[in-house]
Design a protein around this ligand. Structure first.
Ligand code: ADP
Ligand code: MG
Length: 405
């Protein structure tokens, strides 16, 4: 994979370079909306800054949320353009469309060291289309914003959070322009390689979050490789149910119970489940939480966090770990009564001496929302889905295409 350094070595002054960044950030519900968590914007700055400093004419393509292939003001990247300009300390031109008149005009007018952000690429149905031709057509329009290869156009892939998607701006466009892996993609992939290669042992994985079904594949491929799997969050209840316990009104994916039972039968000695659970009658900030034994969740109650005994047990396992991957909050950390489990586990992960990796949008958000020191972790990934798919052993299309000539 050619790197950004390779591109800079060839010289980029005056060339138009298309950069796929991951600017998929949460927005506030205010009018107008603003960026409420800018981790991904900050993570995108190094590549953009280096290109601008070398005199490139930078065109950034990115997506936000899941609009349905047509313009939808709720998903406009306009607030992100403002934050980007603020963080860069330079003006950012913002196109009102993806590859339309506005984008083409602004791309043509870019001067050396100037930056253009395109509107949300998912406003165009070609971006996510399953039809190669439709995707290819949109990719060709994106590539032509740089003038194409003959005019010095180049593509830099830096949207780690999107590389598991075979989308036009992530995958197809790399086939049309000389392509380079950005610093963020390089760093993320090298951390994941460390996890999948020969991790130092004990290797402990902590999984939580809301959907077991999303994470079954990763459990399946990780279980043989890890020394311990700690399970908390909404997904622990399907495991508890698999052990035959009542889980009240907690999150439960009944159709996955059998699969969880299989994991327990095969690798039960590696799986650590909660022994106590914080329950409440509803998911609200002024609910009255109670801690109960994990095998005695009262009917009608919801399990919304792991209890203090579980936190201590998880922390003990983490205390001797040399490699840790954590994905998914231990409870509904967004509400104060149910945040202690996530905070306790996060602190234990941060204290690991060895490689600690946090993956997952909500897990990374929890680290910040709970005012934990991000620097204490070895690596906080910007891409939840992408890192999980990599750990499952799947090929990431946006990375694989960079390996091609
Ligand atoms: P990530 O983005 O880090 O991969 P997920 O998206 O899988 O994490 O899950 C995050 C969500 O899981 C959070 O919004 C959190 O409130 C929710 N969650 C965690 N524990 C529970 C629980 N016991 N019941 C319901 N929701 C939960
Ligand atoms: Mg999430």
């Amino acid at each position: 994979m050619r790197s950004l350094d390779d591109l800079l070595r060839h010289g980029v002054k005056g060339r138009r370079v298309l950069v796929r960044s991951d600017l998929n950030v949460p927005l506030t519900k205010t009018d107008p909306p603003a960026v409420s968590d800018d981790l991904r914007v900050r993570a995108s700055l190094p590549v953009i800054t280096r290109l601008l400093d070398h005199g490139a004419r930078v065109i950034v393509a990115a997506h936000l949320g899941r609009p349905e292939g047509e313009p939808d003001a709720r998903y406009s990247l306009s607030p992100v353009a403002d934050r980007l300009a603020q963080l860069l300390g330079r003006p950012v031109e913002f196109a009102l469309d993806t590859v339309g008149e506005s984008a083409r005009l602004l791309a043509n007018e870019l001067g050396d060291g100037e930056l253009l952000l395109l509107e949300n690429v998912r406003f165009n149905p070609g971006e996510t289309s399953k039809d190669e031709t439709a995707r290819g057509e949109f990719a060709r329009c994106l590539a032509m914003l740089t003038g194409g290869e003959d005019e010095g156009g180049a593509f830099v892939e830096d949207a780690f959070g999107a590389v598991h998607r075979k989308h036009a701006s992530v995958y197809d466009v790399a086939k049309l322009l000389p392509h380079y892996g950005g610093d963020l993609v390089r760093d993320e992939v090298s951390v994941l390689k460390a996890l999948t290669g020969k991790p130092e042992r004990p290797y402990v994985v902590v999984l939580g979050g809301s959907k077991v079904s999303d994470k079954l594949a990763v459990i399946n491929s990780l279980l043989p490789k890890v020394d311990r799997l700690l399970v908390g969050g909404g997904m622990c209840f399907t495991f508890l149910a698999a052990q035959g316990h009542e889980v009240g009104d907690s999150l439960l994916e009944a159709d996955q119970i059998e699969t969880c039972r299989g994991f327990l039968a095969q690798n039960g000695h590696k799986i650590v489940l909660p022994t106590d659970i914080v329950v409440a009658s509803d998911v609200s900030a002024d609910a009255e939480p109670r801690t109960v034994a994990a095998d005695a969740i009262p009917s009608g109650m919801k399990g919304l966090d792991i209890g203090p005994r579980t936190v201590a047990a998880f922390a003990e396992v983490l205390g001797s770990a040399r490699t840790v991957f954590w994905n998914g909050p231990m409870g509904v950390f967004e509400l104060a009564p149910f945040a202690a489990g996530t905070k306790g586990v996060a602190q234990a992960v941060a204290a690991v001496s060895g490689l600690s990796v946090v993956g997952g949008g909500d897990s990374a958000a929890a680290v910040r929302a709970l005012h934990l020191d991000g620097n204490a972790f070895g690596h906080i990934s910007t891409g939840g889905g992408a890192s999980l798919e990599y750990l499952e052993g799947k090929t990431l299309p946006g990375v694989a295409v960079l390996e091609e000539e």
